[in-house]
Design a protein around this ligand. Structure first.
Ligand code: LLP
Length: 430
């Protein structure tokens, strides 16, 4: 729909100011805040589908499967959209597998990553019939073999290889360097594949890597691909056929003017390399998380108090580090914009939450014209926000709404104190 008085937010094509108010698709955010309260996460279905379409365009004509890394946002309402659009899922726990199943997704499209899979989780995933275990250590290989033999099933495996390339991102979210806990060192990989191929409970199906998250450059992907293809060549030369190559996820998004390559432009370049080296016929798997959902979501929060001070002005909002932990954890930047911009001159604010810690901030030095009671939107909040939310300070986790066109649907109701107390009262026998 076109609208006379409309202004899109940079990098957020599904969001616009219309007649002075902020909308997601065809729904006014203030209306959702009124109906469901704040803090409130709101996701745009069109933005999720558009992000997926970007990958599908980049991989057009290929035998490829996109396995959404659901740790980014495991809401059943989000998983349903992605399953219906043809995605598989990258999981890191038994709980995530149960979410896929609860959302009506197919276990046969699931790959299982993570350094600490338990025997119980392995058994559950084997019995559900997942597509692949991405094994992260030699010790895990032994345990998976034992579990598979004891269930009478053969576990399909890839080994996650640590290609030792620098993703040039925040140290907490770079995962493919030698000093990280993830994967098996590139130099050990061939020997590990030979061991895996000799184990009766395992069936080698692929190779896997994941070098980090919020990657905004092409070069780390190009380097990782070269390193991985060297390895596939060596594994196949050793007589172990490889069915799929999994390049992980990690593509960054625009939080604050970053310009990561789009999946539609990055993948043709990577595929060219794949073809040039003769691996174009292998099935490809990808594990994107953030780039599918990150910019599809916002967190709406209300200004509770304005507290001007001698050195800093504090704007205290009702969302906090328990709702949006990325600023406190990684000093991450999230843009913060008013739902209804005011015409007065802006003041510089520290935007902080109600939690009793100085680390509870959402934005430093933000120029905003504000009054208490105003509503703000924290942008790029679709990935690693609600999924990392906690009950710190006994705060209930926020509600979530999915917008599609002019309709808005509650996909998670606000957590109540009864929800929070249930496990304790049960344990206490009260
Ligand atoms: N595959 C594996 C094995 C992973 O460990 C991850 C993310 C992904 C895929 C998806 O990566 P993505 O496409 O979302 O970058 N909480 C941090 C991000 C942690 C990423 C952990 N692994 C943040 O908020 O920035």
């Amino acid at each position: 729909m076109t609208h006379a008085n409309q202004m899109h937010l940079p990098g957020q094509p599904h969001m616009a100011y219309r007649d002075g108010a902020l909308w997601v698709e065809q729904v006014a955010l203030s209306e959702l805040a009124r109906q469901y309260g704040t803090p409130l996460f709101v996701y745009s279905q069109a933005a999720i589908i558009a992000a997926l379409a970007d990958y599908q365009a980049g991989l057009a004509g290929r035998r490829a499967r996109i396995c959404y890394a659901m740790k980014a946002n495991p809401a059943l309402g989000v998983i349903r959209i992605l399953a219906a659009a043809g995605c598989g899922f990258d999981i890191v726990s038994g709980g995530e597998l149960q979410r896929v199943v609860a959302a009506g997704g197919q276990a046969s499209t699931v790959i299982f990553s993570g350094v600490g899979k338990t025997r119980a989780e392995m058994r559950m995933a084997l019995e559900a019939g997942i597509a692949c275990f991405n094994v992260e250590s030699e010790a895990e290989l032994d345990v998976l073999n034992e579990v598979a033999l004891s269930t009478g099933l053969r576990a399909p495996v890839s080994i996650r290889v640590n290609p030792n390339v620098d993703p040039q991102t925040h140290p907490y979210i770079s995962t493919g360097l030698k000093g990280n806990k993830f994967g098996i060192a590139h130099e050990r990989a061939l020997a590990t594949y030979q061991r895996a191929a000799s184990m009766a409970g395992l069936r080698v199906v692929g190779v896997d890597c994941h070098i980090g998250s919020q990657i905004t450059q092409e070069a780390p992907y190009m380097d990782a691909m070269d390193r991985m293809l060297d390895l596939v060549e060596a594994i196949e030369a050793a007589g172990i056929p490889i069915t799929h190559i999994d390049f992980g996820g990690g593509l960054g998004i625009n939080y604050n003017g970053e310009r990561p390559p789009s999946a539609a432009s990055l993948w043709p370049k990577l595929l060219e390399k794949l073809d040039a080296r003769g691996f174009g016929a292998h099935q490809l798997l990808l594990e994107p998380g953030r780039s599918l959902v990150g910019n599809a979501g916002v967190c709406v929060t209300e200004v509770l108090y304005l507290k001007p001070g001698e050195t800093k002005n504090f704007c205290i909002v009702d969302a906090a580090m328990n709702d949006l932990p990325r600023p406190a954890l990684y000093q991450a930047y999230h843009a913060i914009v008013p739902l209804r911009p005011r015409s007065q001159a802006a003041t510089v604010w520290e935007v902080v939450g109600p939690v009793c810690e100085s680390g509870d901030w959402l934005g430093h030095e933000r120029a905003l014209a504000l009054s208490s009671g105003d509503l703000l939107a924290v942008l790029s909040a679709g990935a690693y926000c609600m999924s990392m939310a906690s009950n710190y300070n006994s705060r209930g986790r926020a509600a979530e709404v999915l917008v599609s066109g002019s309709s808005a649907r509650l996909i998670r109701s606000r957590e109540t104190i009864d929800d929070q107390l249930r496990c304790e009262l049960r344990a206490l026998g009260d």
